[in-house]
Design a protein around this ligand. Structure first.
Ligand code: SF4
Length: 694
């Protein structure tokens, strides 16, 4: 028993890991943080937490943190510690010099979903108002950008429809391409509670995840599809619903575009979309698929939750639209217990997208080409906004390799480890003349950097995160920044070193600017958050208390839009050289590239990435439990240990991407979603062979 005593003070703040957005009471003795206590009034977590938020905060004090700015002329030179003024003057001169030499559009920014809304807003403002271009992108590019596209096209807004509590009214819970137990554990507990009360579960996933079968939980249907065939599955479900007359015609007539529905109904009714016709392609028995479709359509309140197993595909946006179609077909929109809900991976993916981090959209998902939207920011910022969309992350890297993109400010994101096709990312970074990394640690990307600006942790800043249910949660400063400045201050100093003349003194002023320029945030202020604890957007004159549930009386787009979802096979093909399909994901104790969790005691639970392989595939290759194996694809290869398990089907292998020693993304391809360039992490043709180790 560890006796911690009564803390001297506490500060309520928000977890910086996943999109659940749990509130914690950070308890301190003096300046020492002694524990994180799940906050019982937190509306997303109601006093619950997982091992990340509860225990994995020690990275804030880790010896690896870099606390002083550093610069170097070339990446061959050692780093030189300098003061903030020198570092910022060096960075500003480099970036301005590049613009003079190569043009205004030769530089850009990448923001992180780990940063606050206010920090993210300032980074995109830096690109648009100071660099004078729209070269701003976010790590949401590599996770939920298809959600933005797909839900925007069908429902008119890029966000989940429900609050978390809604699941307690669900009768059927369909989980597609998500593993909530590992990736969204606190919400998974609420889901499981509802299942124990009698709700039915449909799991669509290549792996037999925990929600398929665990203590007191057994899914009614598990559709273990072949990776890359999501679109065929959701279209076949729609085929069953329409051809068996299970759709909700009254809802469709009232709420959706009827002509579009008829076109869509003709499309899905074609026999080529029948479950029997796609059984060979998907590997899912037709009888099981038919039964799952009938259950979703007729089992009462049907809710769909999905994750990166939907979005990180060459047809990620198509699957999102297919899911949205299913909910409209069955009238599962606009009341408790139903809806379509992306489970956002990182703490502030939702906010990062809301804040205009995309190269084609200003805050609030408004296209940069719209003159009246640009006019709002031109007036607020006193600059002219470029009407042309900028470069996405993969386009920045391609342009760098081609010599057209020369400078990058990268805040809180290790693109070398987290983005696909590591060799191509490295080539892009190596071709740039000024890479500014703003982060806690010297990460893999920093190997290619010329300026390192120390970052601050979530414990050292004020601001807000927006969770997967659109809940804007306060982040409160628990301790002073060890590096001297909060991240928004560093961005402001860089902007001012380039001549911007910004003068924010607190993130609340940034939120006031967001509210003044973004209709869905018009009612949000730090005062309101103090009063309410948190609030869900849209929060404005029409919804001063916020909006727990969307599309109650109508879609944001007026009528709901059915979109045709034609299945197109990925270009990534298995063959004799690469006969297996690799898919990737997360594990409970770790978080993404592990920069934070690996520097905490959580590493004891998961100290290396492991390859899951079916016993049949392992036997064919002479691989035994715990053996080292070589994992190779057309893009590259890595070495890791294998575990033999029937969690994966024969022909499929699975691993996580938490450890730089493995660099799992060395093997992933550069194929990406047709609409958004979200990388196809979930489908890589690979070969596995015995190895003597790294
Ligand atoms: Fe909650 Fe997610 Fe943090 Fe765990 S990682 S405590 S579920 S916000």
């Amino acid at each position: 028993v560890i006796e911690l005593g009564t803390p001297e003070r506490s500060v309520v703040t928000t977890c910086a890991y996943c999109g659940v957005g749990c509130n914690f009471k950070a308890e301190l003795n003096g300046d020492e943080l002694v524990r994180m206590v799940p906050y019982k009034h937190g509306k997303a977590n109601r006093g619950h937490s997982c091992v990340k938020g509860r225990f994995a905060y020690g990275y804030a004090h880790h010896k690896d943190r870099i606390l002083k700015p550093m610069i170097r002329e070339t990446t061959e030179e050692p780093w030189r510690e300098v003061d903030w003024d020198e570092a910022l003057a060096f960075a500003a001169a480099k970036m301005r010099g590049l613009q003079q030499k190569y043009g205004r559009k030769s530089i850009g920014v990448i923001t992180s979903s780990r940063c606050t809304n206010e920090e993210t807003y300032l980074v995109q403002k830096l690109a648009r108002a100071v660099f004078g271009n729209n070269n701003t992108d976010t790590c949401a590019r590599v996770c939920h950008s298809p959600t933005g596209y797909g839900l925007g096209k069908t429902y008119g807004t890029s966000a989940g429809t429900q609050d978390f509590d809604s699941v307690m009214q669900s009768d059927v819970i369909m989980i597609i391409g998500a593993n909530p137990t590992d990736a969204h554990p606190v919400f998974a507990s609420r889901m499981k509670k509802r299942v124990r009360q009698g709700a039915k579960v449909i799991v669509v996933d290549p792996r037999r995840i925990d929600m398929v079968r665990s203590t007191h939980i057994e899914a009614t249907h598990h559709l273990p599809l072949r990776p890359g065939t999501n679109v065929a599955i959701v279209t076949a479900m729609a085929h069953v619903i329409v051809t068996e007359g299970l759709h909700d015609e009254a809802f469709i007539r009232e709420r959706c575009d009827w002509d579009e529905f008829q076109h869509y109904a003709d499309f899905v009714s074609d026999p080529r979309h029948a479950p029997e016709a796609i059984e060979m392609l998907t590997g899912v028995p037709a009888t099981e698929l038919r039964a799952a479709a009938r259950l979703y359509a007729t089992g009462g309140n049907g809710a769909i939750y999905y994750g990166l197993g939907v979005t990180e595909h060459s047809q990620g946006s198509t699957t999102v639209m297919g899911i949205a179609n299913l909910a409209m077909l069955t009238g599962n929109i606009g009341r408790e217990g139903v809806g379509v809900n992306p489970l956002r991976g990182q703490n502030n993916v939702q906010g990062s997208c809301d804040m205009g981090s995309f190269p084609h959209e200003l805050p609030g998902y408004r296209h940069v080409k719209l003159p009246d939207v640009r006019a709002i920011y031109e007036q607020a910022w006193g600059v002219e906004i470029d009407p042309e969309p900028g470069l996405r992350i993969p386009n920045m890297l391609d342009a760098a390799v081609e010599g057209r993109f020369k400078g990058l400010y990268c805040q809180g994101e290790d693109i070398l480890q987290s983005d696909p096709d590591t060799h191509h990312v490295a080539a892009g970074l190596a071709a740039m003349e000024c890479v500014i990394v703003h982060d806690l640690f010297l990460n893999e990307t920093a190997n290619y950097a010329h300026v390192f600006l120390p970052g601050s942790t979530f414990l050292e800043k004020d601001g807000t995160f927006t969770n997967a249910e659109r809940r804007i949660n306060p982040v409160r400063k628990v301790m002073a920044p060890k590096n001297g400045y909060e991240d928004w201050e560093v961005t402001q100093m860089l902007a001012n070193a380039m001549g911007a003349g910004w003068h924010y003194t607190h993130p609340s002023q940034i939120m006031d600017e967001i509210a003044a320029t973004t209709p869905s945030f018009a009612g949000v202020s730090f005062e309101l958050l103090e009063e309410k604890g948190s609030v869900q957007w849209p929060c404005n004159e029409a919804a001063p208390e916020g909006t727990p549930m969307m599309h109650v009386d109508g879609f944001m787009s007026g009528k709901g839009h059915f979109m045709v979802t034609e299945y197109i096979a990925t270009d990534e093909r298995t063959g004799p050289r690469f006969p297996l399909l690799l898919t990737t994901g997360r594990i409970l104790s770790q978080y993404n590239v592990g920069a934070q969790t690996r520097r905490t005691a959580n590493s004891a639970w998961h100290s290396e990435d492991i390859l899951e392989i079916h016993p049949h595939d392992a036997e064919q290759r002479g691989v035994k439990e715990g053996d080292w194996v070589r994992l190779a694809s057309r893009a590259g290869e890595t070495t890791l240990r294998a575990t033999l398990t029937e969690r994966v089907a024969a022909g499929v292998v699975y691993t996580t991407f938490h450890h730089p020693e493995t660099q799992a993304n060395v093997v992933t391809t550069d194929f990406s979603d047709w609409a958004t360039n979200c990388p196809e992490y979930k489908v890589t043709a690979v070969q596995v062979s015995p190895s003597n180790g790294p």
